[in-house]
Structure formats: structure tokens, C-alpha cells
Design a protein around this ligand. Structure first.
Ligand SMILES: [Zn+2]
Length: 98
């Protein structure tokens, strides 16, 4: 059982969370498990909510690509409103596998 992280970021989004398995939008390779807090589409992935990085994709800085097909997934940057590091996703780059 994956433990849900519970902190001020979660409570500020209404307290509802679920863990998603995310895959590449092009080749469907499984890439991350991600704790999504609150409702709405995935626009960015906060690095502190990535609970499993299946291919140890490097998430230090700059652009991130699918380890299998090299599709551009997004860019690492700071979400300034919360001073929180996130992967800002390209449109359609990741799909929910479960
Ligand atoms: Zn891919």
C-alpha cells in the first residue's frame, strides 16, 4: 500500500488524493507513479509527489524525455506560487495507465 503524503499542499487542494500510474503519451511505456492532489488535469508533476520513477528518469533540470522513445515530456522548473520544483508537462505527453 502506497502511503499518501499529507501536507499543506494536499490540504490546499481540498484533501482528495489518488495515486496514478503515468505512461508516455507516444509509446505508453510506464514512467511514473504520481500522487495527484485535488481535481483537474495534469499540468505539472510536483517532484515531491512522484512516488515511483520506474526508469530513474533524471529530474534535475532542463528538459525531460521518455526513456523509451525520447518523446519530450516537459521541463523542470519552479512553480513559483508554492516555490516547488515541478515537471511542467508538454500537452499529451503523459497518459493515465491506471
Ligand atoms: Zn515514449
Amino acid at each position: 500500500m502506497i502511503k499518501i503524503k499529507n501536507d499543506r499542499f494536499r490540504s490546499s487542494r481540498g484533501g482528495a488524493s489518488k495515486v496514478l500510474t503515468l505512461g508516455c503519451g507516444s509509446c505508453r511505456s510506464i514512467i511514473f507513479d504520481y500522487q495527484k492532489d485535488g481535481k483537474g488535469n495534469l499540468i505539472r508533476l510536483y517532484l515531491d509527489r512522484i512516488t515511483n520513477n520506474y526508469h530513474n528518469v533524471e529530474l534535475q533540470s532542463g528538459s525531460v524525455k521518455c526513456p523509451a522513445c525520447s518523446r519530450a515530456l516537459g521541463n523542470i522548473s519552479i512553480y513559483k506560487k508554492e516555490n516547488r520544483v515541478a515537471l511542467f508537462l508538454e500537452r499529451g505527453a503523459l497518459v493515465k495507465l491506471s
